[in-house]
Design a protein around this ligand. Structure first.
Ligand code: NAI
Length: 249
């Protein structure tokens, strides 16, 4: 039986690239996103390339939705071997203009979402005494103007990762995080629009302040997730790996 990898927010961007990469690695991939239709393009791309994937509706911030999605995955595919907590949203604003709703939305999707999905996944992983969880932090965890909500959630993810590594390690479960720098997706294009510059100029400005002098592509993150869920990383746990072209230097 191929191993099963659940990737949240896999309809597009980094999640879609990660889903495609894990399918190439031999996993049956669950493309989890807000609705099943949204995940269709990712599933079609995986199947066209000879892989196996299924789209599952899952709002990561909603307990009932998460539990139902994982129950369905376990019933239909037999196990949950890998969880990639990738789903995310932005509601950027300076603190004095940030609404409670902006705060709650971002903290709910990133932090509550990672908590609910990890809690659901470990029910299966602990029983089988193996599993891999990869959470998604960000360079913004280190501080980013206009992102008090996002930065707090993304640094929270790092503490969450270390704690799960301690609690789940005895059951053979590795828990790590990736912290992407600037990656070209609809999320960064939307930020360009918000600050009033073209996506091209926004990317160039980011590349100019990055030691490797380029912005990242979704595949740059997918490659590291692929390593973290592989046996090559079997003694790596509790880590947050910055994948940022050296930007935080
Ligand atoms: P994106 O906006 O292109 O895609 C996010 C996906 O998450 C979408 O398919 C969306 O429908 C889904 N999603 C949103 N809320 C959800 C929910 N409640 N339940 C299930 N799915 C939901 O974003 P991108 O750029 O691909 O980002 C992926 C992850 O990487 C996010 O956690 C983001 O914070 C993080 N990240 C991205 C960076 C970048 O430069 N693009 C940099 C650092 C971190």
């Amino acid at each position: 039986m191929p191993k099963v990898a659940v990737v949240t927010g896999a309809a597009r961007g980094i999640g879609a690239a990660t889903a495609r990469r894990l399918a190439t690695d031999g996993f049956t991939v669950v493309v989890a996103d807000l609705d099943e239709a949204a995940g269709k393009d990712t599933v079609d791309a995986i199947v066209a390339a000879g892989g196996q994937a299924v789209a599952v509706a899952c709002n990561v911030a909603d307990e009932a939705s998460v539990d139902a999605a994982f129950e369905r995955v376990a019933a239909e595919l037999g196990s949950v071997d890998v969880l990639v907590n990738n789903a995310g949203v932005l509601r950027d604003n300076l603190l004095f203009k940030m609404s409670v709703e902006d705060w709650d939305t971002v903290v709910s999707v990133h932090l509550r979402g990672a908590f609910l999905c990890s809690r659901a996944a470990q029910r299966y992983m602990v029983k089988q005494k193996s599993g891999k969880i990869v959470n998604t932090s960000s360079v913004s965890a280190l501080g980013a103007r206009g992102q008090a909500n996002y930065s707090a959630a993304k640094m929270g993810i790092q503490g969450f990762t270390r704690t799960l590594a301690i609690e789940l390690g005895p059951y053979g479960i590795n828990v790590n995080a990736v912290a992407p720098g600037f990656i070209v997706t609809e999320m960064t294009d939307a930020t360009a629009a918000r600050v009033g510059v073209s996506p091209e100029d926004f990317r160039k400005a980011a590349a100019d302040i990055t030691p490797l002098r380029r912005v990242g592509e979704p595949a740059d993150i997918a490659n590291v997730v692929s390593f973290l869920v592989s046996e090559n990383a079997s003694f790596v746990t509790g880590q947050t790996i910055y994948v940022d072209g050296g930007r935080k230097l």
